[in-house]
Design a protein around this ligand. Sequence first.
Ligand SMILES: O=C(CO)[C@@H](O)[C@H](O)COP(=O)(O)O
Ligand SMILES: [Co+2]
Length: 224
Amino acid sequence: MSRNLKALIGPSILNADLSQLFEESQKLLNNGADYLHLDVMDGHFVPNLTFGHPIVKCLRSKIKDAFFETHMMVSKPEQWIAPMADAGVNQYTFHIEPVTNVEDVCRKIRESGMKVGVAIKPGTPVSEVEKYISISDMVLIMTVEPGFGGQKFMENQMAKVQYLRENYPLLNIEVDGGVGPSTISCCANAGANMIVSGTAVIGAADQASTIKLLRDTVQTAIDK
Ligand SMILES: O=C(CO)[C@@H](O)[C@H](O)COP(=O)(O)O
Ligand SMILES: [Co+2]
């Protein structure tokens, strides 16, 4: 794999104690998280609700320098670009499934100063997202049906990761859903370099060593 790639671990705070959002987030960063993955759900694109830009803005007011990725599980991603940029988001990752003009959304995200992530659900073919790689900074391959933390990792999604890594050696490929110590080798060997992990990190007795294990496994596969 290309040595120019970097293994990055972005814990999801979805299953954390959200009444302590700042403390939980700061703890993850102190324990070595490379970035925070913030799951935004609108109750329409997915059957669950979380939080939006006002909460992200509050978190940003207390955490100045961490990289924030918002995973936008929403039906109208275009609607939240400006508010999320204003809230201090660094990367805006959105699902392409409900969007008719993906190029437009990518351009608007970039113009607002954020990085662009494009995401697909397990049922969406990789060819659907491949079209947008040249105008994106990252592709997210979901390894569960989006909507809830704590689900079982879908190993059959690794074929998509493998295909992308073989064809795009420098692409940032993120996986999200059911990723933890027992599934990380699968992700690393397929070629993912950006790892979202929720329950496995939040619930770990030792967060720092869990984050390190995830990162070391991925970096070792990259350096092979
Ligand atoms: O986007 C999602 C779920 O829709 C994820 O970010 C998960 O919330 C990650 O949590 P685990 O599956 O690792 O518990
Ligand atoms: Co997510």
